[in-house]
Design a protein around this ligand. Structure first.
Ligand code: EPZ
Length: 426
Protein backbone atom coordinates (compact mmCIF):
# COMPACT_ATOMS: atom_id res chain seq x y z
CA UNK A 1 0.00 0.00 0.00
CA UNK A 2 1.21 3.52 -0.81
CA UNK A 3 2.17 6.07 1.76
CA UNK A 4 2.93 9.78 1.64
CA UNK A 5 6.13 11.26 3.08
CA UNK A 6 6.08 14.96 4.01
CA UNK A 7 8.97 17.05 5.32
CA UNK A 8 7.25 19.85 7.22
CA UNK A 9 8.11 23.50 7.79
CA UNK A 10 7.51 24.92 4.30
CA UNK A 11 4.91 27.70 4.08
CA UNK A 12 2.42 26.91 1.27
CA UNK A 13 2.53 29.75 -1.24
CA UNK A 14 0.92 30.08 -4.67
CA UNK A 15 -2.30 29.06 -6.41
CA UNK A 16 -4.31 25.83 -6.06
CA UNK A 17 -6.99 24.98 -8.66
CA UNK A 18 -10.09 23.69 -6.85
CA UNK A 19 -11.89 20.76 -8.53
CA UNK A 20 -15.58 20.01 -8.86
CA UNK A 21 -17.10 18.79 -5.59
CA UNK A 22 -16.95 15.05 -4.86
CA UNK A 23 -20.19 15.29 -2.88
CA UNK A 24 -21.94 16.97 -5.79
CA UNK A 25 -20.47 14.73 -8.52
CA UNK A 26 -21.67 11.49 -6.88
CA UNK A 27 -25.43 12.27 -6.78
CA UNK A 28 -25.18 14.01 -10.18
CA UNK A 29 -23.77 10.81 -11.68
CA UNK A 30 -26.54 8.74 -10.07
CA UNK A 31 -29.17 11.10 -11.52
CA UNK A 32 -28.22 9.99 -15.04
CA UNK A 33 -30.05 6.71 -14.30
CA UNK A 34 -33.36 8.58 -14.38
CA UNK A 35 -33.45 9.08 -18.13
CA UNK A 36 -32.34 7.80 -21.55
CA UNK A 37 -31.27 11.35 -22.42
CA UNK A 38 -27.54 12.22 -22.24
CA UNK A 39 -26.18 14.10 -19.22
CA UNK A 40 -22.80 15.86 -19.58
CA UNK A 41 -20.96 16.90 -16.43
CA UNK A 42 -18.05 19.34 -16.62
CA UNK A 43 -15.50 20.13 -13.91
CA UNK A 44 -15.75 16.39 -13.17
CA UNK A 45 -13.24 15.39 -10.44
CA UNK A 46 -11.14 12.26 -11.11
CA UNK A 47 -11.32 10.64 -7.66
CA UNK A 48 -11.42 7.17 -6.14
CA UNK A 49 -15.07 7.67 -5.25
CA UNK A 50 -16.16 8.99 -8.65
CA UNK A 51 -14.37 6.07 -10.32
CA UNK A 52 -16.23 3.67 -8.01
CA UNK A 53 -19.52 5.35 -8.85
CA UNK A 54 -18.77 5.12 -12.60
CA UNK A 55 -18.00 1.37 -12.16
CA UNK A 56 -21.30 0.83 -10.37
CA UNK A 57 -23.31 2.80 -12.92
CA UNK A 58 -21.78 0.86 -15.84
CA UNK A 59 -22.97 -2.38 -14.18
CA UNK A 60 -26.49 -0.90 -14.14
CA UNK A 61 -26.48 0.00 -17.85
CA UNK A 62 -25.07 3.52 -17.86
CA UNK A 63 -22.60 4.39 -20.63
CA UNK A 64 -20.11 6.55 -18.70
CA UNK A 65 -17.31 8.08 -20.76
CA UNK A 66 -14.72 10.77 -20.18
CA UNK A 67 -14.32 12.11 -23.72
CA UNK A 68 -12.20 15.06 -22.71
CA UNK A 69 -10.36 14.57 -19.43
CA UNK A 70 -8.49 17.87 -19.89
CA UNK A 71 -11.79 19.74 -19.68
CA UNK A 72 -12.88 17.39 -16.90
CA UNK A 73 -15.90 16.16 -18.87
CA UNK A 74 -17.95 13.07 -17.96
CA UNK A 75 -20.67 11.94 -20.40
CA UNK A 76 -23.43 9.68 -19.02
CA UNK A 77 -26.34 8.07 -20.89
CA UNK A 78 -28.61 5.18 -19.87
CA UNK A 79 -30.45 3.82 -22.92
CA UNK A 80 -31.96 1.20 -20.63
CA UNK A 81 -31.32 -0.08 -17.11
CA UNK A 82 -29.73 -3.53 -17.45
CA UNK A 83 -29.49 -4.36 -13.74
CA UNK A 84 -31.10 -2.99 -10.58
CA UNK A 85 -28.67 -4.52 -8.08
CA UNK A 86 -25.89 -2.70 -6.24
CA UNK A 87 -24.03 -5.45 -4.48
CA UNK A 88 -22.14 -5.53 -1.23
CA UNK A 89 -18.58 -5.37 -2.53
CA UNK A 90 -19.30 -2.05 -4.22
CA UNK A 91 -21.55 -0.49 -1.57
CA UNK A 92 -19.14 -1.54 1.19
CA UNK A 93 -16.37 0.38 -0.60
CA UNK A 94 -18.42 3.50 -1.07
CA UNK A 95 -21.49 4.36 0.96
CA UNK A 96 -22.67 6.88 -1.62
CA UNK A 97 -23.61 3.88 -3.83
CA UNK A 98 -26.90 4.04 -1.94
CA UNK A 99 -27.69 7.09 -4.10
CA UNK A 100 -28.69 4.79 -6.97
CA UNK A 101 -31.68 3.56 -4.94
CA UNK A 102 -34.02 6.48 -5.66
CA UNK A 103 -33.24 6.75 -9.38
CA UNK A 104 -33.46 2.96 -9.96
CA UNK A 105 -36.78 2.74 -8.14
CA UNK A 106 -38.15 5.69 -10.09
CA UNK A 107 -36.91 4.51 -13.52
CA UNK A 108 -37.32 0.72 -13.24
CA UNK A 109 -39.81 0.27 -10.40
CA UNK A 110 -37.49 -1.88 -8.30
CA UNK A 111 -33.97 -1.98 -6.82
CA UNK A 112 -31.85 -4.30 -4.67
CA UNK A 113 -29.19 -2.37 -2.78
CA UNK A 114 -26.82 -3.82 -0.23
CA UNK A 115 -27.07 -2.11 3.14
CA UNK A 116 -23.93 0.04 3.33
CA UNK A 117 -22.78 -1.12 6.73
CA UNK A 118 -20.95 1.25 9.00
CA UNK A 119 -17.66 3.01 8.40
CA UNK A 120 -14.93 4.58 10.50
CA UNK A 121 -17.00 7.66 11.37
CA UNK A 122 -20.21 5.95 12.44
CA UNK A 123 -22.97 3.39 11.88
CA UNK A 124 -24.48 5.58 9.11
CA UNK A 125 -27.88 3.88 8.70
CA UNK A 126 -30.21 4.58 5.77
CA UNK A 127 -33.54 4.48 7.64
CA UNK A 128 -34.36 8.07 6.59
CA UNK A 129 -33.89 7.15 2.91
CA UNK A 130 -36.19 4.13 3.22
CA UNK A 131 -38.92 5.91 5.17
CA UNK A 132 -39.00 8.74 2.62
CA UNK A 133 -39.27 6.38 -0.36
CA UNK A 134 -42.11 4.56 1.40
CA UNK A 135 -43.96 7.90 1.47
CA UNK A 136 -43.67 7.86 -2.33
CA UNK A 137 -45.37 4.49 -2.51
CA UNK A 138 -42.38 2.15 -2.43
CA UNK A 139 -42.57 -1.14 -0.55
CA UNK A 140 -39.30 -1.95 1.19
CA UNK A 141 -38.07 -5.29 2.52
CA UNK A 142 -34.77 -5.96 4.28
CA UNK A 143 -33.41 -9.41 3.52
CA UNK A 144 -29.93 -10.89 3.80
CA UNK A 145 -28.22 -7.53 4.20
CA UNK A 146 -30.03 -6.11 1.18
CA UNK A 147 -32.77 -3.52 0.73
CA UNK A 148 -35.32 -4.84 -1.76
CA UNK A 149 -37.45 -1.90 -2.89
CA UNK A 150 -40.41 -2.06 -5.24
CA UNK A 151 -42.71 0.67 -6.54
CA UNK A 152 -46.44 -0.03 -6.83
CA UNK A 153 -47.64 -1.17 -10.29
CA UNK A 154 -48.16 2.34 -11.62
CA UNK A 155 -44.78 3.51 -10.36
CA UNK A 156 -43.96 5.90 -7.54
CA UNK A 157 -46.55 8.50 -6.61
CA UNK A 158 -45.95 12.00 -5.29
CA UNK A 159 -46.37 12.52 -1.56
CA UNK A 160 -45.35 14.51 1.52
CA UNK A 161 -41.99 13.68 3.06
CA UNK A 162 -40.97 15.27 6.34
CA UNK A 163 -37.49 14.32 7.55
CA UNK A 164 -37.23 13.85 11.32
CA UNK A 165 -33.51 14.60 10.94
CA UNK A 166 -31.66 16.45 8.18
CA UNK A 167 -29.90 14.01 5.85
CA UNK A 168 -27.97 14.99 2.72
CA UNK A 169 -28.16 11.58 1.05
CA UNK A 170 -31.77 10.90 1.97
CA UNK A 171 -32.78 14.31 0.58
CA UNK A 172 -30.92 13.56 -2.65
CA UNK A 173 -32.44 10.07 -3.04
CA UNK A 174 -35.93 11.45 -2.41
CA UNK A 175 -35.47 14.37 -4.78
CA UNK A 176 -34.31 12.08 -7.60
CA UNK A 177 -37.22 9.68 -7.02
CA UNK A 178 -39.77 12.51 -6.83
CA UNK A 179 -38.94 13.98 -10.25
CA UNK A 180 -40.27 10.78 -11.87
CA UNK A 181 -43.09 10.05 -9.40
CA UNK A 182 -46.67 10.66 -10.57
CA UNK A 183 -47.88 14.01 -9.18
CA UNK A 184 -46.38 16.50 -6.74
CA UNK A 185 -44.02 15.87 -3.82
CA UNK A 186 -43.28 18.18 -0.88
CA UNK A 187 -40.02 17.51 1.00
CA UNK A 188 -39.78 19.17 4.42
CA UNK A 189 -36.70 19.52 6.62
CA UNK A 190 -34.65 18.87 3.49
CA UNK A 191 -30.86 19.22 3.62
CA UNK A 192 -29.72 22.63 2.35
CA UNK A 193 -26.09 21.68 1.60
CA UNK A 194 -24.84 23.38 -1.61
CA UNK A 195 -24.31 19.94 -3.16
CA UNK A 196 -28.04 19.20 -2.78
CA UNK A 197 -28.85 22.51 -4.49
CA UNK A 198 -26.34 21.66 -7.24
CA UNK A 199 -28.19 18.38 -7.86
CA UNK A 200 -31.51 20.25 -8.02
CA UNK A 201 -30.02 22.71 -10.53
CA UNK A 202 -28.89 19.84 -12.75
CA UNK A 203 -32.33 18.18 -12.50
CA UNK A 204 -33.91 21.49 -13.58
CA UNK A 205 -31.58 21.56 -16.60
CA UNK A 206 -32.69 17.98 -17.36
CA UNK A 207 -36.32 19.14 -17.46
CA UNK A 208 -37.55 18.70 -13.88
CA UNK A 209 -39.72 21.25 -12.06
CA UNK A 210 -38.44 21.96 -8.54
CA UNK A 211 -39.05 24.97 -6.29
CA UNK A 212 -37.46 26.01 -2.99
CA UNK A 213 -33.82 25.44 -3.95
CA UNK A 214 -31.52 26.21 -0.99
CA UNK A 215 -34.39 26.16 1.49
CA UNK A 216 -35.51 23.39 3.84
CA UNK A 217 -38.71 22.79 1.83
CA UNK A 218 -38.63 21.51 -1.75
CA UNK A 219 -41.67 21.27 -4.03
CA UNK A 220 -41.25 18.80 -6.87
CA UNK A 221 -43.65 18.35 -9.77
CA UNK A 222 -43.27 14.74 -10.96
CA UNK A 223 -43.78 13.09 -14.34
CA UNK A 224 -40.70 14.82 -15.74
CA UNK A 225 -40.14 14.68 -19.50
CA UNK A 226 -36.36 14.71 -19.69
CA UNK A 227 -34.13 16.43 -22.25
CA UNK A 228 -30.36 16.32 -22.86
CA UNK A 229 -28.52 18.44 -20.31
CA UNK A 230 -25.06 19.72 -19.51
CA UNK A 231 -24.07 20.80 -16.00
CA UNK A 232 -20.89 22.33 -14.53
CA UNK A 233 -20.27 20.76 -11.14
CA UNK A 234 -20.08 23.12 -8.14
CA UNK A 235 -16.57 23.77 -6.78
CA UNK A 236 -15.49 21.58 -3.86
CA UNK A 237 -15.91 23.68 -0.70
CA UNK A 238 -14.23 20.98 1.41
CA UNK A 239 -11.19 20.67 -0.84
CA UNK A 240 -10.92 24.47 -0.79
CA UNK A 241 -11.30 24.61 3.00
CA UNK A 242 -8.67 21.89 3.37
CA UNK A 243 -6.07 23.87 1.40
CA UNK A 244 -7.06 27.05 3.25
CA UNK A 245 -6.28 25.21 6.48
CA UNK A 246 -2.92 24.32 4.90
CA UNK A 247 -2.13 28.00 4.34
CA UNK A 248 -3.00 28.71 7.97
CA UNK A 249 -1.08 25.85 9.59
CA UNK A 250 2.10 26.56 7.58
CA UNK A 251 1.96 30.37 7.78
CA UNK A 252 1.57 30.55 4.01
CA UNK A 253 -0.48 32.43 1.43
CA UNK A 254 -2.73 30.63 -1.07
CA UNK A 255 -5.08 31.63 -3.85
CA UNK A 256 -7.80 28.97 -4.15
CA UNK A 257 -8.85 29.27 -7.78
CA UNK A 258 -12.54 28.55 -8.40
CA UNK A 259 -13.35 28.02 -4.71
CA UNK A 260 -17.13 28.44 -4.12
CA UNK A 261 -16.86 31.32 -1.61
CA UNK A 262 -20.65 31.67 -1.30
CA UNK A 263 -20.86 28.04 -0.13
CA UNK A 264 -18.03 28.42 2.42
CA UNK A 265 -19.18 31.25 4.68
CA UNK A 266 -19.05 29.28 7.93
CA UNK A 267 -15.66 27.80 7.07
CA UNK A 268 -14.18 31.18 6.16
CA UNK A 269 -15.58 32.71 9.35
CA UNK A 270 -13.85 30.03 11.45
CA UNK A 271 -10.58 30.50 9.55
CA UNK A 272 -10.76 34.25 10.19
CA UNK A 273 -11.48 33.68 13.90
CA UNK A 274 -8.29 31.57 14.13
CA UNK A 275 -6.28 34.35 12.48
CA UNK A 276 -6.46 33.94 8.72
CA UNK A 277 -6.73 36.92 6.41
CA UNK A 278 -9.42 35.95 3.86
CA UNK A 279 -10.36 37.83 0.70
CA UNK A 280 -12.71 36.96 -2.11
CA UNK A 281 -11.31 38.17 -5.41
CA UNK A 282 -12.34 37.43 -8.98
CA UNK A 283 -14.05 34.14 -8.18
CA UNK A 284 -11.17 32.94 -6.02
CA UNK A 285 -10.61 32.79 -2.26
CA UNK A 286 -7.28 34.22 -1.09
CA UNK A 287 -6.04 33.04 2.32
CA UNK A 288 -3.20 34.76 4.20
CA UNK A 289 -1.99 32.48 6.99
CA UNK A 290 0.92 34.59 8.21
CA UNK A 291 -0.83 35.76 11.38
CA UNK A 292 -0.65 34.25 14.86
CA UNK A 293 -3.00 31.32 15.42
CA UNK A 294 -5.70 31.96 18.04
CA UNK A 295 -7.78 29.34 19.87
CA UNK A 296 -11.42 29.01 18.82
CA UNK A 297 -14.63 27.18 19.78
CA UNK A 298 -16.16 25.37 16.80
CA UNK A 299 -19.37 23.32 16.48
CA UNK A 300 -20.28 21.29 13.40
CA UNK A 301 -23.84 21.33 12.12
CA UNK A 302 -26.01 21.01 9.04
CA UNK A 303 -25.63 23.70 6.37
CA UNK A 304 -25.17 26.63 6.65
CA UNK A 305 -23.35 25.79 9.91
CA UNK A 306 -19.69 24.77 9.99
CA UNK A 307 -19.39 21.50 8.02
CA UNK A 308 -18.48 18.22 9.71
CA UNK A 309 -16.26 17.46 6.70
CA UNK A 310 -13.96 20.31 7.78
CA UNK A 311 -13.77 19.31 11.47
CA UNK A 312 -10.62 17.17 11.30
CA UNK A 313 -8.78 19.77 9.24
CA UNK A 314 -9.57 22.65 11.60
CA UNK A 315 -8.55 20.49 14.57
CA UNK A 316 -5.09 20.10 13.04
CA UNK A 317 -4.73 23.88 12.81
CA UNK A 318 -5.98 24.43 16.38
CA UNK A 319 -3.26 22.07 17.66
CA UNK A 320 -0.83 24.99 17.10
CA UNK A 321 -3.15 27.82 18.25
CA UNK A 322 -2.36 29.65 21.51
CA UNK A 323 -4.76 28.62 24.27
CA UNK A 324 -7.58 26.07 24.63
CA UNK A 325 -9.97 25.34 21.75
CA UNK A 326 -13.09 23.22 21.76
CA UNK A 327 -14.66 21.34 18.87
CA UNK A 328 -18.11 19.79 19.16
CA UNK A 329 -18.98 17.19 16.50
CA UNK A 330 -22.77 17.16 16.22
CA UNK A 331 -23.24 15.13 13.03
CA UNK A 332 -21.35 11.83 13.37
CA UNK A 333 -20.92 9.80 16.54
CA UNK A 334 -17.34 8.75 15.94
CA UNK A 335 -15.53 11.37 13.93
CA UNK A 336 -12.48 11.90 16.17
CA UNK A 337 -10.35 9.06 14.75
CA UNK A 338 -7.66 11.58 13.78
CA UNK A 339 -7.14 12.64 17.42
CA UNK A 340 -4.91 9.73 18.46
CA UNK A 341 -2.71 10.20 15.40
CA UNK A 342 -2.38 13.98 15.95
CA UNK A 343 -1.45 13.23 19.58
CA UNK A 344 1.36 11.01 18.25
CA UNK A 345 2.66 14.16 16.52
CA UNK A 346 2.76 15.98 19.85
CA UNK A 347 -0.72 17.52 19.94
CA UNK A 348 -2.53 17.88 23.26
CA UNK A 349 -6.16 16.81 22.75
CA UNK A 350 -8.74 15.31 25.12
CA UNK A 351 -12.01 13.83 23.86
CA UNK A 352 -15.13 13.66 26.04
CA UNK A 353 -18.12 12.35 24.11
CA UNK A 354 -18.77 14.68 21.20
CA UNK A 355 -16.35 17.37 22.47
CA UNK A 356 -12.62 17.58 21.80
CA UNK A 357 -10.53 19.98 23.87
CA UNK A 358 -7.31 21.09 22.20
CA UNK A 359 -4.52 22.81 24.14
CA UNK A 360 -2.24 24.50 21.62
CA UNK A 361 1.43 23.49 21.55
CA UNK A 362 4.48 25.30 20.19
CA UNK A 363 5.30 22.69 17.57
CA UNK A 364 4.28 19.35 16.14
CA UNK A 365 6.84 16.61 15.60
CA UNK A 366 7.07 14.35 12.56
CA UNK A 367 5.86 10.79 13.14
CA UNK A 368 4.67 7.72 11.27
CA UNK A 369 0.84 7.99 11.32
CA UNK A 370 -2.07 6.10 9.82
CA UNK A 371 -5.11 7.45 8.01
CA UNK A 372 -8.50 6.02 9.02
CA UNK A 373 -10.97 7.92 6.88
CA UNK A 374 -10.97 10.55 4.17
CA UNK A 375 -11.01 13.79 6.14
CA UNK A 376 -8.96 12.41 9.05
CA UNK A 377 -6.20 11.59 6.58
CA UNK A 378 -6.14 15.20 5.37
CA UNK A 379 -5.78 16.43 8.96
CA UNK A 380 -2.66 14.24 9.25
CA UNK A 381 -1.31 15.77 6.03
CA UNK A 382 -1.84 19.20 7.57
CA UNK A 383 -0.08 18.17 10.78
CA UNK A 384 2.83 16.79 8.76
CA UNK A 385 3.10 20.01 6.70
CA UNK A 386 3.69 21.93 9.95
CA UNK A 387 5.73 19.31 11.85
CA UNK A 388 9.50 19.35 12.19
CA UNK A 389 11.03 16.44 10.29
CA UNK A 390 9.63 13.89 7.85
CA UNK A 391 6.26 12.27 8.59
CA UNK A 392 5.02 9.10 6.93
CA UNK A 393 1.25 8.77 6.42
CA UNK A 394 0.02 5.24 5.71
CA UNK A 395 -3.22 4.01 4.10
CA UNK A 396 -3.37 6.99 1.77
CA UNK A 397 -6.04 5.23 -0.29
CA UNK A 398 -8.40 7.10 2.04
CA UNK A 399 -7.00 10.37 0.68
CA UNK A 400 -7.30 9.26 -2.93
CA UNK A 401 -11.06 8.82 -2.50
CA UNK A 402 -11.66 12.55 -2.16
CA UNK A 403 -8.58 14.56 -3.14
CA UNK A 404 -7.23 14.46 -6.67
CA UNK A 405 -3.53 14.99 -7.41
CA UNK A 406 -2.87 15.95 -3.78
CA UNK A 407 0.91 15.64 -3.88
CA UNK A 408 1.09 17.48 -7.23
CA UNK A 409 -0.99 20.36 -5.91
CA UNK A 410 0.96 20.54 -2.65
CA UNK A 411 4.38 20.37 -4.36
CA UNK A 412 3.33 23.19 -6.70
CA UNK A 413 2.90 25.50 -3.69
CA UNK A 414 6.16 24.56 -1.98
CA UNK A 415 5.51 21.42 0.07
CA UNK A 416 8.22 18.74 0.27
CA UNK A 417 6.02 15.70 -0.36
CA UNK A 418 6.41 12.38 -2.17
CA UNK A 419 4.40 9.20 -2.52
CA UNK A 420 6.23 5.94 -1.95
CA UNK A 421 5.30 2.34 -1.30
CA UNK A 422 5.45 1.14 2.31
CA UNK A 423 9.08 0.06 1.95
CA UNK A 424 10.07 3.55 0.80
CA UNK A 425 10.61 2.81 -2.89
CA UNK A 426 8.99 5.28 -5.28
C1 EPZ B 1 -23.04 13.25 3.14
O1 EPZ B 1 -23.09 11.97 3.72
C2 EPZ B 1 -21.60 13.43 2.67
N1 EPZ B 1 -21.26 12.40 1.67
C3 EPZ B 1 -20.65 13.30 3.85
O2 EPZ B 1 -19.32 13.55 3.38
C4 EPZ B 1 -21.01 14.38 4.87
O3 EPZ B 1 -20.19 14.25 6.01
C5 EPZ B 1 -22.48 14.23 5.29
O4 EPZ B 1 -23.33 14.28 4.11
C6 EPZ B 1 -22.93 15.32 6.24
O5 EPZ B 1 -22.79 16.56 5.63
C7 EPZ B 1 -21.70 12.58 0.39
O6 EPZ B 1 -22.37 13.55 0.07
C8 EPZ B 1 -21.33 11.51 -0.58
P1 EPZ B 1 -26.22 12.41 6.15
P2 EPZ B 1 -24.53 11.33 4.12
O7 EPZ B 1 -27.24 11.45 5.63
O8 EPZ B 1 -25.55 11.71 3.14
C9 EPZ B 1 -27.51 10.09 10.09
C10 EPZ B 1 -17.02 13.14 3.10
O9 EPZ B 1 -16.08 13.15 3.90
N2 EPZ B 1 -28.42 9.34 9.20
O10 EPZ B 1 -26.47 13.87 6.05
O11 EPZ B 1 -24.31 9.90 4.40
C11 EPZ B 1 -26.06 9.80 9.80
O12 EPZ B 1 -25.63 8.62 10.46
C12 EPZ B 1 -18.34 12.50 3.49
O13 EPZ B 1 -16.99 13.65 1.95
C13 EPZ B 1 -29.36 8.48 9.76
O14 EPZ B 1 -29.42 8.32 10.97
O15 EPZ B 1 -24.81 12.08 5.51
C14 EPZ B 1 -25.35 11.04 10.29
O16 EPZ B 1 -25.18 10.92 11.70
C15 EPZ B 1 -18.28 11.87 4.87
N3 EPZ B 1 -30.21 7.80 8.94
C16 EPZ B 1 -26.36 12.15 10.00
O17 EPZ B 1 -27.63 11.49 9.83
C17 EPZ B 1 -30.16 7.96 7.57
O18 EPZ B 1 -30.98 7.34 6.87
C18 EPZ B 1 -26.06 12.94 8.73
O19 EPZ B 1 -25.93 12.01 7.68
C19 EPZ B 1 -29.20 8.84 7.02
C20 EPZ B 1 -28.35 9.53 7.85
Amino acid sequence: MDCIRIRGGQPLQGTVAIDGAKNAALPLMAASLLTDQPVTLTRYPQLGDTRSMADLLRRLGVEATTPDMCAGTMGLVTPSVTSTTADYDLVRRMRASVLVLGPLLARSGHAEISLPGGCAIGTRPIDLHLRALTELGASIELEGGYVRARASRGGLRGGRVRFAQVSVGATENTLMAAVLARGETRIENAAREPEVTDLARCLLAMGAHIEGLGTGTLHVQGDTVFRPASHRILGDRIEAGSYAAGALITGGYLRLAGAPADAMTATLDVLRSIGAGVEISAGDVVVNGSGTLAAADVETGVYPAFPTDMQAQIMAVLCLAGGRSRIVENIFENRFMHVSELVRMGARIKVRGRTAEIDGVQRLLAAPVMATDLRASLSLVLGALAAEGESVIRRVYHLDRGYSRLETKLRAVGAIVRRTSEDGST
